[in-house]
Design a protein around this ligand. Structure first.
Ligand code: ADP
Ligand code: ADP
Ligand code: ZN
Length: 219
């Protein structure tokens, strides 16, 4: 199964992808995590992506597509994949369709997580992530049991530099311009499922699972 989680920064893609990947036994592939990992390792890809990420802009399609398609070749992806944060442009979506098509695969569904801008800003302002396993926490809605420590692995929690107020504003604008057009793209392909992302984490999860089971498509 190939699933895409589509939605603005802070919508809950990472949170839901982590639990869906366990439930559906599919690999969780997050383009942002891959870039951050490359940066930590100091690879050429990491260095090239750094400045774009710091500014809240998109990394160029060519680099991004190459990185993600390479990741999809890994053995753990053969049983299914949950894509989180990719594709983010029409060019990326077309490149993905083409690559999957060439190997006789295709996207099963796109879960579009809809959340208002006020709520996104609130969520990102209080987002903390585990340095080791990338689990996201939120100061108000889903705090860790012990401040600064990951519940699942004991790792150290940190705040992403691009979650600063000003960079969040840029990321939301970039989302509207470059990524929101993917909603229409996947409606045309009859793959879009709209999910109310304003609900609690558990409610969003169960709406996703029941939509996937019944194969409901939005509009
Ligand atoms: P968010 O939590 O906002 O959804 P991500 O962790 O997915 O953020 O992405 C962080 C940053 O990494 C983006 O602002 C962008 O610079 C870069 N990035 C991640 N995925 C992509 C992509 N598919 N295309 C281009 N840039 C990307
Ligand atoms: P994305 O990957 O789409 O950028 P995250 O999954 O990292 O989003 O979620 C953004 C922040 O909001 C995190 O701090 C997370 O703990 C929190 N969060 C995620 N889903 C919800 C929800 N349904 N209600 C409230 N807070 C949420
Ligand atoms: Zn952890």
């Amino acid at each position: 199964m190939y699933l895409i989680l589509l939605g603005p920064p802070g919508a809950g893609k990472g949170t839901q992808a982590a639990s869906l990947s366990k439930e559906l036994r599919a690999a969780h592939v997050a383009s942002g995590d891959l870039f951050r990992q490359a940066q930590k390792q100091g690879t050429p890809l990491g260095l090239q992506a750094k400045a774009y990420m710091e500014r809240g802009e998109l990394v160029p399609d060519e680099l991004t597509v190459r990185m993600v398609l390479e990741r999809l070749e890994a053995p753990d992806c053969s049983g299914g994949v949950i894509l989180d944060g990719f594709p983010r442009t029409l060019e990326q979506a077309r490149a993905l369709d083409q690559a999957l098509g060439a190997s006789g695969k295709n996207i099963d569904a796109v879960l579009y997580i809809k959340v208002s801008e006020d709520e996104l800003v609130r969520r990102l302002g209080g987002r903390w992530l585990c340095r080791d396993c990338q689990t996201p926490y939120q100061t108000i809605s889903s705090p860790p049991k012990v401040a600064g420590v990951c519940d699942s692995c004991g790792g150290e929690l940190y705040q992403r530099p691009d979650d600063s107020r000003e960079t969040v504003r840029t990321r939301l604008r970039v989302y509207e311009e470059r990524t929101a057009p993917l909603i229409a793209y996947y409606i045309d392909l009859n793959k879009l499922i709209e999910i109310d992302g304003e609900q609690g984490i558990e409610e969003v999860r169960s709406e996703m699972l029941s939509a996937l089971k019944s194969g409901v498509r939005a509009r």
